[in-house]
Design a protein around this ligand. Structure first.
Ligand SMILES: NC(=O)c1ccc[n+]([C@@H]2O[C@H](COP(=O)([O-])OP(=O)(O)OC[C@H]3O[C@@H](n4cnc5c(N)ncnc54)[C@H](OP(=O)(O)O)[C@@H]3O)[C@@H](O)[C@H]2O)c1
Ligand SMILES: *[C@@H]1O[C@H](CO)[C@@H](O)[C@H](O)[C@H]1NC(C)=O
Length: 325
């Protein structure tokens, strides 16, 4: 090593006014921080091994498993050898998913189905879930059920039925299922809870024309982060997953692409994150978008989003009036 070069460098630094040295040091520090967070991103996104989910228990409970992301989770968790409790509203779709899993993963995966309409009587629904999981070692809970607007609307255009459904399904449903399943996890001192948040609440500064949806997901985010801290000492890992667009009927996107994974592609990435951070976005390209959005001024993102959602509203209204004619 060339010590004379280093010492002459230090000598030079010594000759600079103090504020130049300060700025240089701060610059170096922030560069170091950026590189470390990039390295960490590479590690968690591509290299870090997934947790063995069966260590949490032999059963997983999934709400809303009959379509979209929830269905993706059901297939992926069955592939990992977990038995499933599927909680959905449609008996025929529940049967279809169970049959599909059995034919793909074999008959040794045990599947229980529970019929609950999350926009209906939740005390009755919770009773059914309680009965179904009695004596089962439920180690993984995926709080996936959720509803959004049929299309973008101003808040004053949201009717009372939609308003009630958003809050009952997204907020009350997730909260109550968590409490029902948590009891057994506490007794067994182990468990992993995944709550589906959304980029609508966390990644973009606002989601105009989807205000109530975004607000229910902000609830999910903070709910999860508090529970993460409350229960991490008791062997229970709580996490809010934050997807951006996933190709499902909710997003009205049929075809997947690089930035919009299929439900199955999302779920495959999602399993690798269970049990780690209190908040994460599991699908790699989504975290790149998050980073990009974060580096833009809020007003720019707000304006882009407003324009985007106004277009969705217009299309939705046209479709609606077409239906009526
Ligand atoms: N797709 C995205 O771009 C995206 C982005 C961010 C977050 N998320 C979140 O991810 C979760 C799943 O979304 P998704 O896109 O997979 O939605 P999806 O394709 O519409 O599927 C929703 C699932 O929930 C069920 N469900 C809806 N209302 C119900 C009710 N009242 N009672 C019982 N079950 C009900 C559906 O049952 P049926 O099969 O009977 O309809 C279906 O199984 C949601 O919490 C959503 O907010 C999605
Ligand atoms: C909801 O179900 C519970 C338990 O089955 C019942 O006691 C209650 O009356 C029901 N509530 C409504 C509004 O139907």
């Amino acid at each position: 090593m060339d010590f004379s070069a280093i010492s002459s460098c230090m000598q030079q630094a010594h000759n600079q006014p103090w504020w130049v040295i300060l700025i240089g040091a701060l610059g170096l520090l922030s560069l170091l921080k950026k590189s470390l967070s990039l390295l960490n991103w590479v590690w968690v996104t591509f290299l870090r091994p997934a947790k063995n989910l069966r260590k949490y228990g032999s059963w997983a409970l999934i709400t809303g498993p009959t379509d979209g992301i929830g269905k993706g989770f059901a297939f992926q968790l069955a592939r990992k050898g977990l038995n499933l409790v599927l909680v959905g509203r449609s008996p025929s779709k529940l049967k279809e998913v169970s049959d599909g899993i059995h034919s793909k993963c074999g008959e040794k995966v045990q599947i229980k189905t529970v019929v609950v309409d999350f926009s209906g009587n939740l005390s009755e629904g919770m009773q059914k879930i309680e009965e179904a999981i009695h004596g089962l070692d439920v180690g993984v809970l995926i709080n996936n059920v959720g509803v959004s607007y049929p299309y973008a609307k101003f808040f004053h255009e949201v009717d009372s039925e939609l308003l009630k459904n958003l809050i009952t399904v997204n907020v009350e449903g997730t909260t109550k299922v968590t409490q029902v399943v948590l009891r057994g996890m506490l007794e067994r001192k182990r468990g992993a809870i995944v709550n589906l948040g959304s980029g609508a609440a966390i990644v973009i500064p606002s989601d105009p024309l989807y205000a109530v949806y975004a607000a229910t997901k902000a609830y999910i985010d903070q709910f999860s982060r508090c529970l993460f801290v409350e229960y991490k000492g008791r062997g229970i890992d709580v996490q809010c997953q934050v997807p951006l667009y996933v190709a499902t009927k909710m997003a009205s996107i049929r075809r997947s692409s690089f930035f919009v994974p299929s439900a199955d592609g999302y779920a495959r990435a999602a399993l690798r994150w269970i049990g780690y951070e209190p908040r994460c976005t599991p699908y790699g390209p989504h975290s790149v978008l998050w980073w990009l959005l974060d580096s833009l001024p809020e007003s720019v993102v707000d304006n882009w989003r407003l324009g985007f959602c106004l277009k969705i509203r217009k299309k939705g209204q046209q479709k609606d009036s077409g239906k009526k004619e």
